[in-house]
Structure formats: C-alpha cells, structure tokens
Write a protein that binds this ligand. Structure first.
Ligand SMILES: NC(=O)c1ccc[n+]([C@@H]2O[C@H](COP(=O)([O-])OP(=O)(O)OC[C@H]3O[C@@H](n4cnc5c(N)ncnc54)[C@H](OP(=O)(O)O)[C@@H]3O)[C@@H](O)[C@H]2O)c1
Length: 252
C-alpha cells in the first residue's frame, strides 16, 4: 500500500532524490523547502512521471512559528504521515573556527539542529496517535569525525545523531522507528551553498574522487524504511570508496 512520506529539503540534492525514489516506488510524497518555484516544478514532474500524489509545503525550518502552524495543517491535508525524512540542512563556510562568521554558525545551528527539532516535534504527535511511523534524520560522517574548518557543521551533525538516539529511547514503548543516515562526500549543490555560491571552489571538492551520488543515499533511505516492523535500523554510515573518515579522501 502507498505510504505518505514527508521530505524536508526536497528542492535539491539528496532530498530531491529521496522524494523521487519514493515516488518511483509508488509512495505519495509531501515535499518541502523554501524555494516555492522549484517545489512546483518537482511536484509537476514527479506526479506526471510516477502517477503518485505529490503535495508541496513552502517552509523555512528555522521558523518555529511557521513549522508549528504549517506542518500539522499540511499533514492533516495529506492524510497523515508514515515516514518523515528530516533532510533539510546546510554547511556555511570552511574557515578555521577562530576566523569563521558567527552568522554562519547560527544559520547552521538554526537549520540543522533547531529546524530538525521543530519539524520532528510537529510530526511526532501524528505518529504517536497511530503508534507507528519512521523518522529518518540526515546526519553525516561529519557528525562522527570533526574536520578542520567544520567545527560547527560537525557539531550540528553530531547533535542530529544524539537527538535521533534520544528520540528512539523516548518513543521505545511505541512502534515508531528512528534512523540516522550518515553519508560521507555526496556530490550535490551542498558545497556551492557552503562556499556562498562560489561554483569553482565547490567543483574542486569533488575533483579527483568518485563521490557518492544523491541517488545512492536515496536508495539507502528507501531500504531502511522498507524493513519488516520488527526491524529497526538505527544508523547507516555510507562513504565514498576513496574516503576513510570525515574529510579524509584520496584524490586521483
Ligand atoms: N552533500 C554532502 O556531502 C552531504 C554529506 C552528508 C550529509 N549531508 C546532508 O544532507 C542534507 C541535504 O544536503 P544536500 O547535499 O542535498 O545539499 P543541497 O543540494 O544544498 O540541499 C539542501 C536542501 O536543504 C534545504 N534547506 C536548506 N535550508 C533550509 C531551511 N532553512 N528551511 C528549509 N529547507 C532548507 C534546501 O532547500 P531550499 O533552499 O529550497 O530551502 C535544499 O533542498 C543536509 O542535511 C546535509 O547536511 C550532505
């Protein structure tokens, strides 16, 4: 039976691929992000190509007010939610901590940690009501291994992992599952966002390495949410073949 999947950050990169992978699988998707025009384009394409229901929600996860008012209404209209993929997130800057911009740090914490927390709080009551559901949180190998210039981004992804573990404990008496996905280097617009639109610098991150593709991550997300009820995959760490830790990559 078709499930209802809510994906944050579905306008680009990994989230867009996750939405498409579920649509291809026959599930209905509620896609969200800040860029309304992109959401509309994705909605039109996915519903036409896969014949599933695709709904959109323009949402800045940093706005607690917006999340609290818009998310429950969108889920009601969608007819409930079976899987939440908390994917919206970003890195800003790669300067040493002492030279880094506090504004960048605040943006990362507000998006990757507080945003994920607001969305999860807004969605969980629907899952608790049904006594089931699956929360998939997008962490990173950055949450396991800190790297130079990434102190705050790495800390936000460590927080994602810890939040997931804590929520899994607190919902243990329900059939709700919680999974953290921790990808390594994935080729998406992520680096362009990190370098504030510097496309050349972003390209150099992926030069000489066969990076993970967003489709690879989406396949893993689909896999973890397609397991029998008895089975809960708590964490999955995925690296490129030429990657051994956070920023330790072998370039050809
Ligand atoms: N690429 C990698 O190497 C890598 C590795 C490990 C983990 N990750 C994680 O994977 C997730 C997706 O990243 P990506 O690589 O796919 O990058 P991306 O292509 O830049 O996509 C980021 C997505 O997050 C959304 N987003 C950002 N800020 C938002 C906000 N305030 N409110 C709502 N949505 C917001 C963006 O949508 P709008 O701009 O439309 O709002 C976009 O859809 C992130 O959590 C990232 O930390 C990435």
């Amino acid at each position: 039976m078709a499930r209802n999947i809510f994906v944050t950050g579905a306008t680009s990169g990994i989230g867009l691929c996750i939405a498409e992978t579920y649509a291809k699988h026959g599930d209905n998707v509620l896609i969200s992000g800040r860029r309304a025009e992109l959401l509309g384009e994705v909605q039109a394409r996915l519903s036409k190509e896969y014949g599933v229901r695709v709904e959109t929600l323009v949402l800045d996860v940093r706005s607690r007010e917006d999340v609290e008012s818009k998310v429950p209404a969108a889920i009601e209209a969608f007819g409930g939610v079976d899987v939440l993929v908390n994917n919206a997130g970003l890195a800003q800057g790669l300067d040493p901590f002492q030279d880094s911009a506090v504004d960048d740090a605040v943006t990362m914490i507000d998006t990757n940690v507080k945003g994920l927390l607001y969305v999860t709080k807004a969605v969980l009551p629907f899952m608790i009501d049904k006594n089931e559901g699956h929360i998939v949180n997008m962490g990173s190998t950055a949450g396991i291994y800190a790297y130079p210039g990434g102190a705050v981004y790495c800390a936000t992804k460590a927080a994602v992992k810890t939040l997931s573990d804590g929520i899994r404990m607190d919902t243990i008496a329900t059939d709700i599952k919680v999974t953290t996905i921790q990808p390594g280097i994935v080729e998406t617009p992520f680096s362009e966002v990190r370098f504030h639109g510097d496309a050349e610098r972003a390209k150099s991150v992926y030069a000489g390495i066969d990076a993970i593709q967003p489709e690879d991550v989406a396949d893993v997300v689909l896999y973890v949410t397609n397991q029998p009820k008895r089975l809960q995959i708590s964490d999955v760490t995925i690296m490129a073949n030429q990657q051994a830790a956070g920023f330790m990559v072998h370039k050809k």
